[in-house]
Design a protein around this ligand. Structure first.
Ligand code: 5GP
Ligand code: ZN
Length: 117
């Protein structure tokens, strides 16, 4: 499925819902989270609709690599590579995935604790 009409991230990717886009290539789009949990909080999503990691494994096994590569470029652009950044992928409702369009959270600009809450 390339687009899901009910999906908010599909709407963002297609410019139907406003967002501050920081990166785009042929495969992924990245934009600021509407409810940031850190001074820098960017969501990296596939441009086409893929619900979760299980669907990604079937439809585009290289997707997570593409998302990670985008993260390194965004880190450079936003000058957070040196201090470090946290990548989080909540996969499935039980792990906290609310939006069923797979996405990587990229957060930076504060201290991050381990284990996560
Ligand atoms: P999840 O809990 O699914 O891993 O994360 C979903 C994220 O999407 C949340 O951090 C939430 O703030 C963000 N979000 C939800 N709706 C919108 C929206 O319309 N625009 C943007 N930019 N972020 C959104
Ligand atoms: Zn979608």
């Amino acid at each position: 499925m390339s687009e899901n009409e009910d999906c908010i991230f599909c709407k963002v990717v297609r410019g139907k819902l406003p967002a501050y886009i920081v990166y785009k290539d042929d495969f992924v789009t990245a934009f600021h989270d509407i409810n940031p949990q850190a001074p820098v909080h960017v969501l990296i999503v596939p441009t086409r609709h893929i619900a979760d990691l299980e669907a990604a494994a079937q439809e585009d096994p290289e997707l997570v690599g593409r998302m990670s590569q985008a993260a390194t470029r965004i880190a450079g652009d936003l000058h957070v590579a040196k201090n470090g950044y946290r990548l989080v992928l909540n996969n499935g409702a039980g792990a906290g995935q609310i939006v069923p369009h797979v996405h990587m959270h990229m957060m930076a600009g504060r201290k991050f604790n381990w284990p996560p809450g």
